[in-house]
Design a protein around this ligand. Sequence first.
Ligand code: FES
Length: 143
Amino acid sequence: MASTDIYHEMIIDYSRNPANFGSLDDPDVTHHDSNPLCGDSLDMDLKFDGDTLSEIKFRGKGCAICMACSSVLTEIAKGKPIGEVRAIQKGDLLAELGLEHLQAVRIKCALLSLKILKFALYKHIAASHPDAESLKEEAAGLY
Ligand code: FES
């Protein structure tokens, strides 16, 4: 099977059975955002154990690309130190599903979850880290 077919199957599978879908009891941070073009919207809950993102879940409505990217992102981020989660770039996420050449009109579908995660991280660390403003700017400038 060609790699593009494999990526396509992964996107369909994740959209039918998203990973880490749902909500957390007593999350440390929750963040919500939506794609104004289509009205799709997501919420994300994060829970930390010290400096580790111990649990992450998302819920809401999105297209197949949105659900697949949200699933992959939560799988990448879960259990990682905050510094590594913070370092996840849009190219890392797009490459996981072969979406590096996604049309500009679909980029928001693919990156909505990353934007939410970065804003949620910002909320969590803003109080104790004076350089948190750069994370907020990075999230705001994703697309
Ligand atoms: Fe709404 Fe993709 S069409 S997130």
